[in-house]
Design a protein around this ligand. Structure first.
Ligand code: HEC
Ligand code: HEC
Length: 371
């Protein structure tokens, strides 16, 4: 693999006056490497958008009713105050108190083994480097650091049955397998004000002759959670405006950083709409002491420190500096260029994204759980 690099570098830098300067203008147009983020979310045909699903999904996302002891919500670890992640190296699930870096596990050890990624832009996950527009058949995914969930719908039920994240180990749930435990959660929802929300979103009432279709189901729960998450997108960052032709949207330092990002080889994995190929890189693993994980998106990156699968980079500058002297990754970046690349990465961040927190929940539970 290493032998290929000089060839790629030669092609990218062709035409530059000084081929050794990785900050030089790339010989290909930026649109060969990146695409602006769409201004509206994309929804798969199997779970089309509806207001009812979105509203229900939002309430459930913030409601600890989905957790065993009704103390942890999805938002406990994916909160708008922390860029829809939690600002921690590892997350604290059941039995914890507090939000973000202040959250405490109360000595219970309910700590996830891996860093919580953001849910921003998850509707675009998997859009490839070459996808200049979204194919109509596009289904986003896969998800999790190891890509084990194919779709957002499949992903949504995972944390609910996870003992550390939301399920816990209450004696009254002992002996239930994952499916039985989910049935218990569904029964709980049926006996709550959420029944009416599911009916509204999924249309329970059909002619008596056909019986009543039960709207509160595992599939519909997953569909609602996924629909809500798809609304959280971050288009129109300064980098997007630059790609759309506004030359003044980036400073000259950010443009230098962008060119370095391309010429140094970052774009091989961090390209396209999401600045991610969403692939596992086992042959060129970034943190070689840990398992290979999929390339994370760099969208809205300034909002989601700390970085990497173990949260070991507390700043963006540190995350970039990991790539210095890493010929094994076919990346060529010098210490003195790290600041420029960091500056460029900041241009991928916008403040203008959905960050609302519901004022209250139908269940009467605390919004976001015990935070
Ligand atoms: C205790 C903290 C915690 C809770 C609660 C939690 N998550 Fe997560 N979430 C994580 C962690 C950690 C990961 C990464 C796990 C992995 O990759 O193995 C993750 C991954 C994800 C991903 C994948 C993102 C991607 O880009 O691959 C999505 C989507 C997600 N969670 C949504 C949810 C939803 C929906 C809920 C509620 C039903 C939820 N989470 C509850 C911590 C949490
Ligand atoms: C071989 C593919 C590949 C290349 C090339 C690559 N990256 Fe990465 N990048 C990854 C993967 C995979 C991770 C996650 C690593 C981990 O957590 O173990 C990552 C993580 C990151 C992160 C942290 C993101 C987060 O949310 O945690 C940043 C920032 C980053 N890369 C920037 C860069 C820059 C800048 C370059 C070029 C100097 C670069 N990458 C080159 C694959 C790549």
């Amino acid at each position: 693999m290493r032998l290929i690099f000089p060839f790629i570098a030669a092609v990218v830098l062709a035409g530059c006056v000084d081929g050794n300067n990785v900050g030089d203008i790339p010989s290909q147009p930026y649109s060969d490497f990146f695409t602006p983020l769409p201004e509206t979310p994309t929804y798969p045909a199997s779970n089309p958008f509806s207001e009812g699903k979105q509203e229900l999904g939002e309430l459930l996302f913030f409601d600890p009713i989905l957790s065993g002891a009704e103390d942890v919500a999805c938002a406990t670890c994916h909160h708008p105050a922390f860029g829809w992640a939690d600002g921690r190296t590892f997350s604290v699930g059941v039995g914890g108190i507090g939000l973000g870096p202040n959250r405490d596990d109360n000595g219970l050890g309910s700590i996830t083994p891996i860093h919580s990624p953001t849910i921003m832009n998850v509707c675009f996950t998997g859009l490839g480097v070459n996808d200049s527009k979204i194919p109509s058949s596009f289904v986003s995914g896969g998800y999790f650091w190891d890509l084990r969930a194919a779709t957002l719908e499949e992903q949504a039920l995972g944390p609910i049955v996870n003992p550390v994240e939301m399920r816990g180990d209450l004696a009254e749930h002992a002996g239930l397998d994952d499916q039985q435990y989910l049935e218990m959660v569904i029964e709980r929802l049926k006996n709550s004000p959420y029944q009416a929300y599911f009916d509204k979103a999924f249309g329970a009432i059909t002619p008596v002759t056909q019986g009543v279709i039960e709207a509160v189901t595992k599939d519909n729960l997953a569909a609602a959670l996924a629909t809500f998450q798809r609304r959280i997108i971050t288009p129109n960052s300064r980098f997007d405006l630059f790609l759309m032709g506004d030359q003044t949207a980036l400073t000259s330092r950010e443009i230098t950083g962008l060119n370095t990002f391309i010429n140094a080889g970052c774009v091989r994995c961090h390209g396209g709409m999401m600045l991610s190929d969403n692939l596992l890189h086992e042959d060129d693993n970034i943190l070689s002491n840990l398992p290979a994980v999929r390339t994370p998106s760099l969208r809205n990156i300034a909002k989601t420190a700390p970085y990497m699968q173990d949260g070991s980079s507390s700043t963006l500058r540190h995350a970039v500096s990991i790539y210095v002297d890493r010929e094994d990754l076919q990346v060529e970046i010098e210490e003195e260029n790290v600041g420029d690349v960091e500056a460029f990465l900041h241009s991928l961040t916008t403040e203008d994204f959905y960050q609302e927190v519901p004022g209250g929940l139908p269940s009467g539970n605390q919004v976001g759980g015990n935070i």
